[in-house]
Design a protein around this ligand. Structure first.
Ligand SMILES: [Fe+2]
Length: 272
């Protein structure tokens, strides 16, 4: 049987690439250190498969059709389509169709109804953390795109349930795989709205604290706060998927720092 190898979370944001050189040196060093430490933890977990839980920043979907959740079941995914991600070294990213199809089937059996795609592009949401973590060996990447940017979105409670389902799917997969989760997005940021650029450090720190508290406390706080903490904060949904998969336990902060130059409250964490 497959086993759960761990869960990991990282912020992302276009300016972490586009404005990298204008980040103050001390913050850049901390970001580099945090990404590398996360990469070290991923490597230590020895995953064969990494389920990348991220939003789709309109690389695959549009307002014509934006699924709540989409699982990539293809042999490969395409690298990021954003022109400023051109230097990302992987243009084709190997996936794991057997595990992805198992996850899809287990989801449907359990009354969850994700969409599926045989051909996804993995945008900066997935690829910036993969890039900056500097993994020596890239695991197979199974994309799980969760709508965490375009309202209406899946409920926070449902995201936790998705995590628990993901864990059951891992543990019922008939093969000796090690499967980990990489959740990307958040913490507070605001893109293309009146509060663009705002970072809510108080919200970020309390959210981090509550990952160590009970699920109802965490979800209750986020339900109240998310509407006023910038649209990017909604991406914390992906962290909830990871938290659910880890059974709501073992959250460990790698680092948190608000970075005005990239307009993101940058958080990095793992569960074990
Ligand atoms: Fe994002």
């Amino acid at each position: 049987m497959a086993s759960f190898a761990g869960a990991f979370a990282s912020s992302h944001g276009p300016l972490l690439v586009r404005e990298w050189d204008s980040i103050p040196e001390d913050e850049k060093l901390r970001l580099e250190k945090a990404f590398r430490e996360l990469g070290r933890r991923v490597t230590a977990a020895r995953p064969d498969v990494l389920v990348a839980v991220s939003p789709d920043h309109w690389a695959n979907f549009s307002l014509d059709n934006y699924p709540a959740v989409c699982i990539g079941v293809g042999e490969t995914s395409e690298g990021p389509p954003e022109p400023w991600m051109k230097a990302y070294p992987h243009r084709q990213i190997a996936a794991h169709p057997d595990f992805a199809l198992h996850l899809l089937n287990e989801s449907l059996k359990a009354g969850f109804e994700p969409s599926m795609s045989h051909r996804l592009k993995l945008d900066h949401g997935t690829c910036i953390p993969l890039w900056r973590m500097e993994l020596a060996k890239m695991p197979a990447i199974v994309p799980m795109l969760v709508n965490s940017i375009e309202p209406p979105m899946p409920s926070l409670a449902r995201c936790l349930e998705w995590g628990k389902l993901l864990r059951r799917a891992i543990e019922s997969f008939p093969g000796s795989l090690r499967v980990a989760i990489l959740a990307t997005g958040g913490l507070s940021h605001s893109i293309g709205e009146k509060t663009m650029g705002a970072i809510h450090e108080d919200f970020d720190r309390e959210t981090i604290r509550l990952f160590g508290a009970s699920e109802p406390e965490l979800v209750g706080y986020l339900e109240k706060q998310l509407p006023s903490r910038g649209n990017g904060s909604e991406e914390v949904r992906n962290w909830l998927v990871a938290h659910g998969a880890a059974g709501g336990r073992g959250f460990e902060l790698v680092d948190y720092l608000p970075v005005p130059a990239v307009i993101v409250g940058c958080g990095f964490a793992s569960w074990r």
